[in-house]
Design a protein around this ligand. Structure first.
Ligand code: NAD
Ligand code: AKB
Length: 316
């Protein structure tokens, strides 16, 4: 039986993942752990307050709920991390260490830990970035992601703890807001477009980044979680490509449905974006666990506008 803890379960990916896992394993078998208090507690039960920087918190929850699997999503993302590197270090590196140590001591079945395109750096080849290549990130977030990939592999090889992860690109979704990343513009812009407000984009119009729509993000992490162990030659560091675009490509696609104004005023996030790949070679994910995305840019934009429009009560 699966009893799953989703750390950071109230976040952008966590909230969609929890909905998916609860459909598959049952509401009571998927526990949300987050440092944030939920806005509507009755809608997210079972929820427990969790600070991953406190090891005893994690041990208590694993015991209390009889957890065998953790999706560890609690993190401080790239832009927020640059504003508070000390917090990012504590949550992303010490928090992950606590999760791995609790997982080892409680002999958990599996721990899923997402990495990110932020694991790459300025020296990494930018186009069709190979899976196994130079990892020299310059953000504290990226450094924490490389640390996570290597620690996960270490715990697998040394202790047999089954840690797995994909390197997510920027994730786009309509049901929960993003949490302070460099790719957040690609979500925020939809709110402005639907309200016919002017959007001030914090990246230059031609900055291409890899992106993915939430249904594919959930598909990727759950497919990898369920992949037969003997098929995996990689574990914690799978590139997953879905689409790549620049802000102006996204604007042009949205303008097929709604007219709105955009101004480009790049800030400190531009430098972060320029240190990341433009597209990824995801051959290992395709070969080892049959990864294939469902959404390209036009399909994502159509679905985002329909669903976010409904949520905001705005006509297209
Ligand atoms: P998010 O910021 O939306 O959510 C993170 C959650 O973690 C928040 O709900 C926050 O309250 C919680 N949290 C923060 N500190 C905590 C602590 N000390 N203890 C417990 N909970 C804490 O992030 P997300 O976008 O959902 O990202 C989830 C994972 O996916 C992260 O590991 C992130 O690096 C990775 N990822 C996300 C993206 C993306 O575009 N969203 C891209 C690549 C990788
Ligand atoms: C961020 O921009 O920090 C995240 C990521 C790509 O990891 N969306």
């Amino acid at each position: 039986m699966n009893r799953i803890l989703v750390t950071g379960g109230l976040g952008q990916i966590g909230s969609s993942l929890v909905t998916h896992l609860r459909k598959q394993y049952g509401q009571d078998n998927v526990i949300i752990g987050d440092i944030r208090e939920p806005e509507n507690p009755e809608e997210v039960e079972p929820y427990t307050r969790l600070d991953v920087t406190q090891r005893e918190n994690i041990d208590k929850i694993i015991g209390e709920y009889d957890i065998d699997t953790i999706y560890h999503l609690a993190a401080i993302l790239s832009a927020r991390g640059e504003q508070n590197p000390q917090l990012a270090f504590k949550v992303n590196i010490l928090g992950l260490y606590n999760i791995l140590e609790s997982g080892r001591e409680h002999s958990l079945e599996r721990i899923m830990v997402p990495s990110s395109i932020a694991a790459f750096g300025p020296e990494t080849p930018k186009d069709n970035t190979p899976n196994d290549t130079i990892l020299r990130p310059r953000t504290i977030y990226g450094i924490s992601k490389v640390t996570g990939e290597l620690l996960g592999l270490y715990y697998w090889e040394k202790y047999g703890l089954d840690v797995r992860g994909v390197r997510y690109p920027g994730i786009i979704s309509w049901n929960a807001p993003p949490g302070g990343g460099t790719t957040d513009y690609a979500v925020e812009i939809f709110y402005y477009a639907l309200r016919r407000d002017k959007y001030i984009c914090f990246l230059k119009e031609d900055t291409v980044l890899p992106m993915m729509y939430m249904p594919d993000a959930i598909k990727a992490i759950t497919m990898l979680a369920e992949a037969p162990a003997e098929k995996l030659r990689h574990r914690t560091d799978f590139n997953v490509q879905a689409m790549s675009f620049a802000p102006r490509d996204l604007v042009n696609e949205i303008r097929k449905y709604v007219d709105f104004q955009v101004e480009y005023r790049p800030d400190y996030r531009q430098k972060i974006a320029e240190s990341w790949p433009r597209s990824l070679d995801d051959t290992p994910a395709r070969e080892e666990w049959n990864w294939k995305p469902d959404y390209d840019l036009p399909a994502m934009v159509k679905d985002m506008l329909e669903n976010l429009g409904k949520k905001l009560g705005v006509e297209l």
